[in-house]
Structures are given as structure tokens and as C-alpha cells.
Design a protein around this ligand. Structure first.
Ligand SMILES: NC(=O)c1ccc[n+]([C@@H]2O[C@H](COP(=O)([O-])OP(=O)(O)OC[C@H]3O[C@@H](n4cnc5c(N)ncnc54)[C@H](O)[C@@H]3O)[C@@H](O)[C@H]2O)c1
Length: 405
């Protein structure tokens, strides 16, 4: 009996010992995990990415944080450069479907300091991703550039245009509403006017778009206008005319995807012809009722255009919507454009004059007096040849766009 009790006591003592060893071991593990977590947090806090994230996620007195959608594209990258130069904090969101990561890299090199610029790869059609971006970042304003933007393509793929332009603008507005971001600068277009009979086009000219691109933008404008009636948002809608040129200091340029060449704009086609990528220029229509028979357009330099955005941002007021044409107010014929391009490049580009292309209207140019009056903006780079010279300089140094700078 005695022996039995003793051995029972002994085995209990052994178990107690084992139990206490196990507890000590467990405690050690917890302490080690806590130590490792603390080390990880310390290391993360030291890394520039961590400080960048926190800077972007908090409002800071005196610093305005602008979300630039489509900031890897032609106009969005130039706008981001200007905003960064003006000390704004910039977040670019782009799905790189049309833009260039090379343009973002140029900006990142120019503004490497933490809290200045971040790039987020995302598709604006992804509602959850957009919501996450808005919940993780403290935006003060949105410049919404992201869009597919070719008239011809829009007639072939209308649903893509309504989805990308109209539906995605709705996604942005819903996110702005949910996360209380109160200022929107919207990229619209003279294509929303369609074929007005009377020139120049004022903001009061009836909007009767004639292709899915113009219609999708007009619908997006209408959604924005309806929404602003119920909120205290500050909205500026800018209707651009034909955008040309590039950064005068040669840091950025226009580099559409080679597969979009066919859809492309006249400046791109001129440069491609000057470089021999295409055999020459095809000018469609020489019997329009204009002074030389070719179509007339209003060409606005991208440097002036982004200046209009900054002025619009500066003057945006709660509960108010400003709608402005952004053009030079001067129409130039296609023939004049081609002559300016020949002079700017120094190359005698071959030109073929062909029949009219269906759907092209004879004459489009803006009346920019409202934006001059209300935002004190006017085009400063209205010399076509000079704008093309600047753009050509970048094109010559970047034969494959941002791919081989
Ligand atoms: N270029 C012009 O002459 C002109 C004239 C009038 C209006 N606009 C408007 O200006 C804006 C910018 O045009 P651009 O010439 O710089 O075009 P762009 O193609 O160079 O840039 C558009 C950018 O938006 C991005 N994007 C497109 N869909 C997206 C999506 N679903 N999610 C995220 N990113 C997306 C593209 O990748 C690209 O970087 C567009 O809204 C366009 O309609 C342009």
C-alpha cells in the first residue's frame, strides 16, 4: 500500500514536472513569436514602401492628394507630371491596357521621395478593387482620364466603349460617394457635340453625339450632372478638342500601342510617315466646304490642356459644376496640319489625297471664351509647328515609344 502510494505520488510529481516544462516551452514560443512580429513591424516601418503607404492613406494638412485614373496614358501622364511639379500627392491607377508603365517609371524617377507618387495596377471595371483603393487611400480629388478613346474603334466595339467609359465612371462616382471624396475633374470631349451646324462650338451648343465614343462620354456627363444635384460635390467637366504635343522638356510623349496605329490620330500618323513606319499619309476628303477643301479641327497642346486641369482643380467649388471647352478657338485644316508636320520634322512626307471617310464632319473648333473668363485660362502653345516640333523631338529619341528610351 505504502509502495503503491509512493509510486503514485512519484508519477504525479513526474507529470507535474512535464506539465510545467510544456508550459514553459509554450510561453517561450509565444515570446519568440511576439519578438519576431515586433522585428517584422520594425523592418516594415523602415522600408520606403511602408512609409509611402501610410502617407497616401492619411490626409495631410497642406497636401492635396489626387487620384489620376489613366495616369499611364498620354494625357494622364502629362497631368501627373504637372501635378507633381505643383507639389500635389499623386496616385495613378491604370490597367495598362493602353498606357505605358514606362511613363510611370519616368515620373517615379523624377519624384522618388516617399509620399509623392504611387502607381496602382487595377481595372476600373473591378468594383471591389476600386472600393479597396478608395478605402486604403485618402484622396482629396479625382482626375478621371482613364478611357478607351478612339472614335473608329467605338463604332466597331460599342459595348466596350459604354462599359469602359460610362459604366466605369459610375464605379468611380459610387466610390467617391462612399468614401467622401468631393472633387472630380472629368475628361470629356468635343465628340459629345456631334456635328453642330454653327461654329465655333460653345458649351451651350446642343450635344448630339454621332458615335458610341461621343455617346458614352455624354452619358457619363449626364450621370455626373444628375449625381451632383444631390450632393455637395465640386465638379469640372472639360471637353477637349484634338490634343497634340508633348512635354517641352522631353520627359514624356505620346506612345500609343502599335496595334492602335490604324485607329490613330493625325499627329501619330504624320510622325509614323516621317519615320517611314508607314509609306505616307492618307488625307481623306478634299471637297469639304472649307478654305482648302480638307477638314478643319482645333488642335490643343497637351501642356495647355493639363494647365486647364490644374486651374479647374483650383477653382472647383462644392455644389457647383463647371463645364468648359478646352481648345484654342482656332481651326486648322488637315492640309495646314500636314504642312506644319513637314516643317517640324524636316521630312517631305508623301501625301495621298483620297475620297471622304464616312462620318467625318467638315469643321470643328471651339469657342474657349468661357474658360478664359471663368478660369483665367487660355492656350499658350497655339503654334502648331512648334507643338509638333516638341513632340517630334521625343518621337525621334523614342523610336519604340517608352520601350527603348
Ligand atoms: N487624346 C485626345 O485627343 C482626347 C480628346 C478628347 C478627350 N480625350 C479623353 O482624354 C482621356 C485620356 O486620353 P488619352 O489620349 O490620354 O488616352 P490614352 O489611351 O493614352 O490613355 C488612357 C489610359 O487609360 C487607361 N485605361 C483605360 N481603361 C482603363 C480601365 N478600365 N482601368 C484602368 N485604366 C484604364 C489606359 O491603360 C491608358 O493608360 C480619355 O478619357 C479621352 O476620352 C482625349
Amino acid at each position: 500500500m505504502l509502495n503503491y502510494n509512493r509510486s503514485r505520488n512519484q508519477s504525479r510529481a513526474g507529470m507535474d514536472y512535464l506539465e510545467s516544462r510544456r508550459k514553459q516551452h509554450f510561453l517561450g514560443k509565444i515570446l519568440m513569436a511576439a519578438f519576431l512580429t515586433a522585428v517584422c513591424i520594425f523592418i516594415l516601418k523602415q522600408s520606403p514602401r511602408f512609409s509611402e503607404t501610410s502617407a497616401f492613406s492619411q490626409h495631410e494638412l497642406g497636401v492635396s492628394h489626387v487620384l489620376v485614373t489613366g495616369g499611364a496614358g498620354y494625357i494622364g501622364s502629362h497631368a501627373s507630371l504637372r501635378l507633381l511639379k505643383d507639389s500635389y500627392r499623386v496616385t495613378i491607377v491604370d490597367n495598362l491596357s493602353r498606357g505605358n508603365i514606362g511613363a510611370v517609371k519616368v515620373l517615379q524617377k523624377l519624384f522618388p521621395e516617399p509620399g509623392r507618387l504611387q502607381f496602382i495596377f487595377a481595372d476600373l471595371g473591378d468594383t471591389k478593387a476600386v472600393d479597396r483603393i478608395f478605402s486604403q487611400n485618402a484622396f482629396d480629388a479625382v482626375m478621371h482620364f482613364a478611357a478607351v478613346a478612339y472614335v473608329g474603334e467605338s463604332t466597331l466595339e460599342p459595348l466596350r466603349y459604354y462599359h469602359n467609359i460610362t459604366a466605369n465612371t459610375l464605379v468611380i462616382l459610387e466610390a467617391m460617394d462612399k468614401h467622401s471624396v468631393k472633387t472630380l475633374i472629368y475628361s470629356s470631349t468635343c465628340a459629345t457635340y456631334g456635328e453642330p451646324k454653327k461654329m465655333p462650338i460653345t458649351e451651350g451648343t446642343p450635344q448630339v453625339p454621332i458615335n458610341p465614343y461621343g455617346k458614352a462620354k455624354k452619358m457619363a456627363e449626364d450621370i455626373i450632372l444628375d449625381f451632383t444635384k444631390t450632393t455637395d460635390m465640386a465638379v469640372m467637366i472639360l471637353r477637349y478638342f484634338n490634343v497634340i504635343g508633348s512635354d517641352p522638356e522631353g520627359r514624356l510623349g505620346e506612345a500609343p500601342r502599335p496595334e492602335l496605329r490604324e485607329q490613330g490620330r493625325i499627329s501619330g500618323a504624320c510622325f509614323d510617315a516621317a519615320r517611314g513606319i508607314i509609306s505616307g499619309l492618307k488625307v481623306r476628303g478634299t471637297d469639304y466646304p472649307t478654305h482648302d477643301g480638307t477638314c478643319i479641327r482645333d488642335y490643343i497642346d497637351v501642356t495647355d490642356l493639363v494647365d486647364a486641369h490644374v486651374k479647374a482643380l483650383d477653382k472647383a467649388q462644392p455644389k457647383k459644376v463647371g463645364i468648359y471647352n478646352v481648345g484654342t478657338g482656332k481651326g486648322r485644316s488637315v492640309k495646314e496640319f500636314v504642312e506644319a508636320c513637314k516643317k517640324a520634322t524636316g521630312i517631305d512626307i508623301k501625301v495621298d489625297y483620297l475620297e471622304r471617310r464616312p462620318g467625318d464632319y467638315a469643321e470643328v473648333f471651339s469657342d474657349p471664351s468661357k474658360i478664359h473668363r471663368e478660369l483665367n485660362w487660355s492656350a499658350k502653345h497655339a503654334d502648331l509647328e512648334e507643338s509638333l516640333k516638341v513632340a517630334w523631338r521625343w518621337q525621334k529619341l523614342h523610336r519604340n515609344g517608352y520601350g527603348s528610351s
